[in-house]
Design a protein around this ligand. Structure first.
Ligand SMILES: Cc1ncc(COP(=O)(O)OP(=O)(O)O)c(N)n1
Ligand SMILES: Cc1ncsc1CCOP(=O)(O)O
Ligand SMILES: [Mg+2]
Length: 513
C-alpha cells in the first residue's frame, strides 16, 4: 500500500534535531512519505543559532505549487514561517486551493528579521491570517502568552488564552503543557475547539534532550491524521509518541539532544491519561463535570477471557444460548421504559445466576443493580448519565464501549471490568457514527490493554471472520447476527467457539509481553 503523503512547511535545521529534518524523521518513522517546503535555512547546532535566512517568495511558492501538482498531501504541518509576508503568502495559497486535509500549525515565534508583530493589546497577531485556515494550532505556554498578550500563571489562564485564540478565528487549539507546570511532575495538554475540550495528562520526563519536541509533536500529529485517525485519537497517539521519544532521547552534541524516533507507540505507560470531567485537574482548568476524584475500580470479571459473547434482545434467546452452554451473554433491549424492561431484566438476571453465567445488561443499569445481574454494559453516552458509584458499590461488573485510542484511555480512567473495542467490521445491527476499526487497529488496541483489562471485540464478526479476530489475541468476541441469524445455532456456536480457541497462541503471546 502506498504511504500517505504529508507536507512539512518549515525551516531547515542543519543540526537535524528540529525543523523540517525532525519532521521528516518523524514522518518516515510513522510510515508516511514526507515532502518538505523550506521556508528558511537556519545554521544551528544543539548549542547555537548562528544564521537564519528566509527563502525568496518565488521559490517558496514554487515548492508549494510543484508539490500540489504531483504530490498532493493527506495532511500538512506548518512550522517556522520567516515573517508576516510568508505568513500572508501561505494564507493566500491555502485559501485559493480546495484543500480538504488537516493542517497543523505549530506557531514558532522566532522570525528571521527578529520582528514582533504586536497589536495594540500586546497580542502577537502575526498568525491571525492563518488561524481560520488551519485545523489546529499548537502553542506552548510561552507562545500562548505571546499570541494572546496574556501572562500564563495557572491552568485557568491556559483555558482563557485558548478561548481567546478561538475568538480570534482559530478552529481548535492544543495548548501544550511542556513549558508550563501547574501540576508538579505532570505535563498536561488542553485541547479546545468550538464543541468541547479534553485534557491529556502524563508524567513529565526528566531530560534535557528536548530539542525539536514541538516540531516532532506537530509532525507526528499530522502523520497520525494522515493515517486516518480522528483528531482525538491522533492526539493520544502523538502524546504517547512524544513520551517514548523523550524517554529514549540522547545527547548528540554539547547541548540538548533530539528526541528518539521509536516507531508506533505500544507501551501502555507511554499513553496519556484522560482526566475525567469534574476531576481536580479539570476543575483547575476551569471546567466542571459529573465525576469526582474517587472513582472506585469495578469488580473484575472472573476471567481475563470472556470468550464467545452473544448479545441478544429477548429472554427466549438467552434461554436457548444458556442451554447450549454459552456462559457470557448480554441482554440488549432498546426503547422500553424502565417499567416495561424491569420484568425482563429481573428474569434475565435470575437465569444468569441459575446457570452461573456472566449475564450483562445493556443500558438499564438501575434494573441490573436492583436485580443483581453479573454486570452492566454501557456506551460512551450512557456512562455520563449512569451512577457509576452505585454500580460499583453493588458489586456489578462494568463493560464499556470504545471506538478508538481516546475513548480507550477515557474508559481506563473509569477502571471498568472489561473494555469493548468496536466496531471492527461494518455492521447493519446498529448505526455507527464512527468508522470500522479493522483488524490491524484491533490488534494494537488489544496489545495495549493486554494483562490490564479484558478486551472484547464487537461489530460485523461472523463465523468466517472470527478466526482472524481471535488471532489478534482479543479475549472476547461479541456477536449479534452471527448467532441470531444462524440457520443452525448449534453449528454456528461450534464454529465460533473453535475460532476463539484458534486465538489461544496470540492471547498467550500478548499476555506474556
Ligand atoms: C460487548 C458490547 N460492546 C459494545 C456494545 C455497544 O454498546 P453501546 O455503545 O452502549 O451501544 P448500544 O448497544 O446501547 O446500542 C455492546 N452493547 N456490547
Ligand atoms: C451493538 C453494537 N455496538 C457496536 S457494533 C454493534 C452491533 C454488532 O452486531 P453484529 O454482530 O450483528 O454486527
Ligand atoms: Mg448502550
Amino acid at each position: 500500500m502506498s504511504k500517505p503523503i504529508v507536507w512539512t512547511i518549515a525551516g531547515s535545521d542543519c543540526g537535524g534535531g528540529a525543523g523540517l529534518q525532525a519532521d521528516l524523521h518523524t514522518l518516515a518513522d510513522l510510515g508516511c512519505h514526507g515532502c518538505s517546503v523550506v521556508t528558511s535555512v537556519t545554521a544551528q547546532s544543539s548549542v547555537e543559532v548562528t544564521a537564519v535566512e528566509r527563502v525568496g517568495d518565488s521559490v517558496f511558492l514554487a515548492q508549494l505549487d510543484t508539490l500540489w501538482r504531483d504530490l498532493p498531501p493527506v495532511a500538512i504541518k506548518v512550522g517556522l514561517l520567516a515573517d508576516d509576508v510568508q505568513i500572508r503568502l501561505l494564507a493566500e495559497w491555502l485559501s485559493e486551493r480546495p484543500l480538504k486535509v488537516p493542517v497543523i500549525l505549530d506557531p514558532v515565534l522566532i522570525a528571521s528579521c527578529g520582528d514582533r508583530l504586536s497589536g495594540s493589546d500586546g497580542a502577537d497577531s502575526r498568525f491571525d491570517p492563518l488561524l481560520p485556515l488551519v485545523t489546529l494550532v499548537t502553542p506552548n505556554g510561552d507562545e500562548l502568552a505571546a499570541l494572546t498578550g496574556r501572562p500564563i500563571h495557572c491552568a485557568a489562564d491556559v483555558t482563557q488564552a485558548s478561548r481567546q485564540l478561538l475568538a480570534r478565528g482559530a478552529r481548535a487549539v492544543l495548548a501544550k503543557g511542556g513549558h508550563f507546570e501547574p501540576f508538579s511532575g505532570r505535563c498536561v495538554d488542553l485541547y479546545l475547539d468550538g464543541c468541547g475540550h479534553f485534557l491529556l495528562d502524563g508524567p513529565r520526563i526528566d531530560t534535557r534532550n528536548t530539542h525539536g519536541s514541538g516540531c516532532t509533536l506537530s509532525s507526528a500529529l499530522a502523520a497520525f491524521l494522515a493515517l486516518g485517525y480522528p483528531m482525538e485519537d491522533a492526539l493520544v497517539l502523538t502524546r504517547a509518541y512524544l513520551h517514548a521519544g523523550l524517554k529514549q532521547s540522547a545527547r548528540l552534541g554539547q547541548g540538548p539532544g533530539p528526541l528518539a524516533r521509536t516507531g508506533w507507540p505500544q507501551k501502555f505507560e507511554a499513553f496519556p491519561a484522560v482526566p475525567l470531567p469534574g476531576s481536580a485537574m479539570e476543575q483547575a482548568f476551569g471546567f466542571d463535570g459529573p465525576y469526582g476524584e474517587a472513582i472506585v475500580p469495578f469488580v473484575p470479571c472472573d476471567t481475563q477471557e470472556l470468550g464467545l459473547y452473544p448479545v441478544v434482545d429477548s429472554l427466549e434467546w438467552l434461554e436457548r444460548l444458556l442451554a447450549q452452554g454459552v456462559r457470557t451473554l448480554q441482554l440488549r433491549i432498546k426503547d422500553l421504559t424502565l417499567e416495561q424492561a424491569e420484568p425482563l431484566v429481573a428474569k434475565a438476571a435470575a437465569m444468569g445466576r441459575r446457570c452461573g453465567a456472566r449475564l450483562f445488561i445493556n443500558d438499564y443499569w438501575q434494573l441490573a443493580v436492583k436485580h443483581g445481574a453479573y454486570g452492566v454494559h454501557l456506551g460512551q453516552e450512557d456512562v455520563v448519565a449512569a451512577d457509576l458509584g452505585a454500580i460499583a458499590e453493588a458489586g456489578l461488573r462494568l463493560g464499556l464501549s470504545t471506538h478508538g485510542y481516546f475513548e480507550i484511555m477515557r474508559a481506563v480512567a473509569l477502571a471498568p471490568s472489561y473494555i469493548a473495542l468496536g466496531h471492527i467490521f461494518p455492521t447493519t445491527t446498529k448505526q455507527m457514527p464512527s468508522q470500522p476499526q479493522g483488524l490491524e487497529r484491533l490488534a494494537r488496541y488489544h496489545k495495549l490493554l493486554a494483562g490490564r483489562w479484558p478486551t472484547v471485540a464487537i461489530g460485523g464478526i461472523d463465523q468466517q471472520r472470527a478466526s482472524s479476530v481471535a488471532a489478534t489475541g482479543v479475549g472476547g468476541i461479541a456477536v449479534v447476527r452471527a448467532v441470531t441469524q444462524a440457520a443452525d445455532l448449534t453449528r454456528a456456536l461450534e464454529q465460533l467457539w473453535s475460532a476463539f480457541e484458534s486465538g489461544q497462541g496470540a492471547r498467550e503471546a500478548a499476555h506474556a509481553q
